[in-house]
Design a protein around this ligand. Structure first.
Ligand SMILES: [Zn+2]
Length: 256
C-alpha cells in the first residue's frame, strides 16, 4: 500500500501532518493496472479503482468522500478546497481541473496522481495549510509549484515544508535535444544526460530548485519510477496505473 509514509503529531500550537506515497501493491486492479491503481482516467475498471480508493481512505482513517482528487491537466492553475479561506463550502464533488490543490482543513486529504511526473506535497504546520501539486514537464516549465506557493502565501502560509516524491529520474527521462533545451532555459539544473549519453531532463531537480528558491525546506525522497517495479511508470509500461502522493493536516491541540 505505502511506498513511504510519515505522521508528524501536532505539538502545542503547531498542526501535525500525515503524508504518504503509495506503491502498486495490495489493491484489486488486474493487469496492466495491477494492483493498487488509484486513477480513473487510465482505462481500469471503475469498481476496482473505487475499491482501491476506499482502501487508501480507510488506511488514513478517512472516508472515500474525504479524499480530494484533481482532474490534472498539465497546467499551472491552482484551486483551494471548499471551506478553506474565502472559498465557500459547497457539495460540488467534481474534481477541479487544476494541478495544484490547497486545503486548510483537517477533515480531508489531498491527492496527486502520478506515474513518472513529480508529486509535491506541502505543509505549513504553523498557519495550518497543506497542498498537493502535480509537476510534469509542462508543469515544471510553466511553474505550477511557484504558483501554488504564491496562492498558499496569499492565504496566509509562511513557513512551508515540502516533500518531493519519486519520479522518472534524469538518467531515464530521454527527450529530444530541443525539449531538454526548453526546460533548461527555465531551470538550468534540469538539463540531464541518459544512461546512454543522450539528452534528458531531470524534472525533480528543476522542481526542487523552484522550492529552494522560494525558501521552502525540502525533503526529496530518493527513487526512480522507471527503475522501481513497485511504482507505476508510464515511460516503462505505457498503459498502466497511477500511484499517489497524499497529504492531510492534523488538528493542533487547543491553545488558550
Ligand atoms: Zn531512473
Amino acid at each position: 500500500m505505502f511506498w513511504w509514509r510519515e505522521r508528524i503529531e501536532p505539538s502545542g500550537a503547531e498542526y501535525g501532518v500525515e503524508w504518504a506515497i503509495t506503491d502498486r501493491r495490495g489493491g484489486s486492479s488486474q493487469e496492466p493496472f495491477d494492483e493498487l491503481n488509484l486513477a480513473r482516467h487510465v482505462g481500469d475498471l471503475d469498481e476496482a479503482v473505487t475499491t482501491n480508493r476506499h482502501r487508501l481512505a480507510h488506511e488514513l482513517g478517512l472516508r472515500l468522500a474525504d479524499l480530494r482528487f484533481m482532474d490534472q491537466v498539465h497546467g499551472c492553475d491552482v484551486a483551494v478546497t471548499p471551506g478553506t479561506g474565502e472559498a465557500e463550502p459547497t457539495e460540488d464533488a467534481v474534481p477541479p481541473s487544476v494541478d495544484g490543490l490547497i486545503s486548510g482543513r483537517t477533515d480531508e486529504a489531498l491527492v496527486v496522481m502520478v506515474a513518472d511526473c513529480v508529486p509535491v506535497l506541502l505543509v505549513d504546520r504553523v498557519e495550518g495549510f497543506v497542498a498537493a501539486v502535480h509537476a510534469g514537464r509542462p508543469g515544471m516549465v510553466s511553474g505550477v509549484v511557484p504558483a501554488t506557493l504564491a496562492r498558499m502565501r496569499e492565504l496566509g502560509a509562511r513557513d512551508l515544508e515540502a516533500l518531493v516524491g519519486p519520479s522518472v529520474c534524469g538518467r531515464c527521462y530521454e527527450v529530444p535535444a530541443d525539449m531538454r533545451d526548453a526546460a533548461a532555459a527555465v531551470e538550468p539544473v534540469s538539463a540531464a544526460v541518459t544512461w546512454t549519453g543522450t539528452p534528458a531532463i531531470d524534472l525533480a531537480s528543476g522542481v526542487v530548485e523552484q522550492l529552494v528558491r522560494e525558501g521552502v525546506s525540502v525533503r526529496w525522497l530518493p527513487g526512480c519510477t522507471k527503475e522501481d517495479p513497485d511504482l507505476y511508470s508510464y515511460r516503462r509500461d505505457g498503459q498502466t496505473g497511477r500511484f499517489v502522493g497524499v497529504v492531510r493536516l492534523l488538528e493542533r491541540e487547543r491553545v488558550a
